[in-house]
Write a protein that binds this ligand. Structure first.
Ligand SMILES: [Zn+2]
Length: 487
């Protein structure tokens, strides 16, 4: 791509109008209408029963936890909760949908009219309205054999619970699309109602994009981007699609309503199918499921389990902990890491904690491919290490060595320093003789330095560090060397 921040800069007369539908796979123990395990993948057709296989005459039984999770999602996105909501049947035929209808909420969804706040590139904020959140069941999976022409059906996923979160078309760039998705992704992870695993399809987004000339009131024809499983690809595909549609309009052609996919190798969207006609799903209220009634007491109970949400945490980390927006952004993306940071910063007032967490802890975890929970540098040990540096007991170079030792063996930083004799050489009495010796052992370099070759200062610092095995106080070395090299 060119230097453009967004492709829209190339077309100042046009604007994009974008809405999103996000499917969130819920992490309940059982499926939405039966007692089968909510686990897809693994051995095909293992977690199935008469209900999720759609046998005639069986009755669905609603999993209350799905309602709890839907209410939590609604509360966290400022929705109003529907006191009496209902399930409807959406009819269509698919080999992996044995009932030939999907149970969803078409007419009376459980959550309506909410919003979330996203942060833009300049750190200003924008409200994106949520039209609705509804509960529904997922379909099974068709597996097409790569040998011969056989297809198989795996119904493990049939009847697993989903939330569909539908935004208003309030988004107007690929940046906003990405920011919105990331924020929703954080919210469902904070609520612990979804794993957020995009590769496994636990969090999947469809993007509806149309463009129009600025000032036009009517919406353009939209295309839907489907089945794209990473934030980056969704943003890339959105950029591409905006440009494709604007180019069509500029040529006097029209945009055809289509479902399109993203080819990440060619970096372009490709047509999956035309959708000129609106499908008629013959929706009607499901007579087998009762109206879901929600009362104040239930809502209050759900409000109590909502944790601090990402945007609130972001503001608090910036204001209370003095982090930069970039630092806070990394932490809110990883609630465990944020918790770790907060624990360390409760134990030591040092301002360097955030650097240790983002640079050393994250670096170590990445290098050794382990999770924070397996990391032997507990918040208490990191706080001690940071304090040893702050108090001048070890210098920052030695601190790195100690950090690695703690990470490898889980020993106490203070004990490591004592055992290995790593205390900082911090007194003039100890350091002066070493510096004297080094200066007198290198008369040529001293002469050159005095003649103006300033770079040689580093040579002497290096020698002292070598001699003291890196333990000398760097500030004191500088001070003493300056004295001795002037003499
Ligand atoms: Zn079942």
């Amino acid at each position: 791509m060119s230097e453009l921040r967004t492709v829209l800069e190339k077309y100042p007369d046009y604007e994009a109008v974008i809405g999103m539908e996000v499917h969130v796979q819920l992490t309940t123990k059982s499926k939405i209408f039966c007692l089968c395990k909510n686990e897809s993948g693994g051995q095909p057709n293992k977690n199935i029963c008469n209900i999720c296989c759609g046998y005639p005459g069986v009755l669905p039984l609603l999993n209350k936890q799905v309602v709890n999770y839907a209410m939590m999602a609604g509360l966290a996105t400022n929705c109003s909760l529907t006191r009496r909501s209902q399930f409807d049947r959406k009819h269509y035929f698919y080999p992996d949908l044995p009932k030939a209808y999907q149970i969803t909420q078409q007419y009376n969804p459980i959550c309506k009219e909410g919003h979330i706040t996203i942060r833009l590139e300049d750190n200003s904020t924008k409200k994106i309205k949520i039209n609705r959140i509804h509960m529904e069941e997922d379909a099974g999976k068709s597996i097409h054999s790569s040998y011969g022409d056989a297809s198989y059906v795996d119904l493990n996923r049939a009847g697993t619970p989903l939330l569909e979160i539908v935004s208003e078309p309030d988004l107007s760039s690929s940046f906003e699309v990405r920011a919105y998705l990331k924020e929703l992704h954080r919210i469902v992870r904070y609520l612990q109602i979804c794993t957020g695993n995009m590769e496994e399809g636990a969090f999947r987004a469809d993007t509806n994009i149309s463009v129009r000339k600025k000032g036009d009131r009517e919406l353009g024809t939209k295309c839907e981007l489907k089945n794209i499983n990473s934030f980056k690809f969704i943003a890339d595909a959105t950029e591409y699609e905006i440009a494709r549609q604007i180019e069509l309009l500029k040529k006097g052609e029209r945009v055809v309503s289509q479902t399109r996919l993203w080819d990440s190798k060619k970096k372009e969207t490709v047509i999956m199918r035309n959708k000129e006609e609106v499908a008629d799903y013959r929706f009607f209220p499901d007579p087998d499921l009762p109206v879901i009634e929600i009362n104040d007491e239930w809502i209050e109970r759900m409000k109590k389990v909502i944790p601090e949400l990402p945007q609130k945490k972001f503001v608090r980390l910036c204001i209370q902990k003095g982090l930069t927006p970039a630092e806070a952004e990394i932490l809110i993306d990883d609630p465990e890491l944020a918790q770790y940071f907060e624990r360390v910063s409760e134990l030591t007032p040092s301002k360097s904690v955030i650097n240790w967490v983002l640079r050393d802890i994250m670096g170590y975890l990445k290098e050794h491919k382990i999770g924070l929970i397996e990391c032997l540098v507990t918040p208490e040990k990191l706080a001690k290490l940071v304090d040893l540096v702050e108090q001048g007991k070890i210098n920052s170079k030695v601190a790195k060595e100690v950090f690695l030792l703690v990470a490898q063996k889980g020993e106490d930083p203070e004990e490591i320093v004592v055992q290995k004799g790593l205390e900082q050489i911090d007194s003039v009495e100890l350091l002066e003789p070493i510096i004297k010796e080094i200066v007198s052992a290198h008369p040529n370099q001293v002469e050159q330095f005095k003649a103006g070759k300033d770079r040689l200062f580093g040579f002497f610092v290096g020698k002292v560090m070598q001699q003291t095995k890196g333990r000398a106080n760097p500030n004191l070395i500088q001070k003493l060397l300056k004295e001795y090299l002037r003499k």
